[in-house]
Design a protein around this ligand. Structure first.
Ligand code: PSU
Ligand code: MN
Length: 301
């Protein structure tokens, strides 16, 4: 298995010295944000993790290897080239075997992080049960991954392009704890709140770290969702974002978008329809999650 992994020098040194490491995904760079903000954000997020006492490990597939930690050139390549594949669980073997460049989703990043023995992963939002999933069966592989792979995902909840209620039901069935960081309700990515309560509230990093340690000590396999609301000053007005998401969903249907193209299509539309305002919110919440992820990795030791 180790033959498929390549570590950056920084991550390798961190592992040798038992320093805390935070995994970062790359689909958010290739398919989640436009160039050049995607690459700028990726670099800045790595810096924030370092400033908060941990080492960042951005993960991607290149030249038949799972790269754990990327160079500046590699980040640039992921953010600024057309042919990067979106890689979820099912895509990993083919993309590696054919030596293609792949950007890992939450699911694939969790798999790779676990292979690299990294427990904490920070991102923007997780995939989930899509609206209308009762007929389309569109449920992100991220949820299934959370049920079996031992990595905690720090995120700002999930976007309301998804059915947040059904997403929580799915996670409950799969035994995935959803822990609100200083919140009683699931944040909805651009906004701090939703109508859905989280399972547990933690007011400090130590409670989150102790919960994770206990889960894994008990061999309760799977991850956890650490839901961290977007900072107040960057949150978007709820009515505005709700109506834009409705329009984006309608356009996805009119354009007959299916499968793995659905989420990137909706993300792109939302950025377009908010004239970039949603992108700023997205960037700020990712930064906020990176800081919490680093603190959590430090606490977990
Ligand atoms: N949600 C976001 N930004 C993202 C994604 C989701 O707000 O960039 C990406 C993540 O990589 C996530 C993936 O794992 O989309 C989910 O895609 P799908 O719904 O096809 O599983
Ligand atoms: Mn899907």
């Amino acid at each position: 298995m180790k033959q498929y992994l390549t570590f950056s020098e920084e991550v390798l040194a961190a592992k040798e010295n038992n320093q805390p490491v935070v995994a970062l995904e790359s689909t958010i760079i290739s398919h989640g944000m436009p160039y050049p903000k995607n690459v700028e954000t990726a670099r800045f997020v790595e810096k924030l993790i370092r400033d908060n006492g941990a080492v960042p490990a951005t993960i991607a597939l290149m030249d038949g290897k799972i790269k754990i930690g990327l160079s500046d050139d590699e980040l640039e390549c992921l953010g600024n080239s057309k042919g990067v594949a979106k890689a979820s669980r099912r895509d990993l073997p083919y993309l590696l075997a054919t030596k293609q460049t792949g950007a890992t989703t939450v699911a694939a990043t969790m798999i790779c992080a676990e292979l690299a023995d990294i427990k904490i992963f920070a991102t923007g939002g997780i995939g989930g049960v899509h609206r209308g999933a009762e007929t389309t069966m569109d449920i992100s592989a991220d949820l299934e991954e959370l049920s079996k792979t031992n990595v905690a995902v720090v995120c700002a909840g999930a976007k309301s392009i998804l059915d947040l209620g059904l997403t929580l039901e799915y996670l409950e069935t799969q035994g995935v704890p959803v822990i609100g960081y200083e919140t009683d309700v699931l944040p909805a990515f651009y906004t701090r709140t939703s109508e859905f309560p989280v399972n547990f509230r933690a007011n400090d990093v130590q409670t989150v770290a102790n919960t994770l340690k206990t889960k894994w000590d008990l061999n309760l396999n799977g991850g956890a969702v650490i839901a961290n609301p977007i900072p107040e000053e960057h949150a978007m007005p709820e009515e505005e974002i709700t109506s834009i998401i409705e329009t984006a969903l309608q356009e996805a249907e009119e354009n007959n978008i299916h499968g793995k193209d659905v989420t990137p299509f909706l993300l792109g539309k939302v950025v377009e329809l908010t004239e970039g305002k949603s992108l700023e919110a997205n960037i700020e919440l990712v930064k906020n999650n990176a800081i919490l992820g680093a603190k959590l990795a430090v606490q977990l030791g």
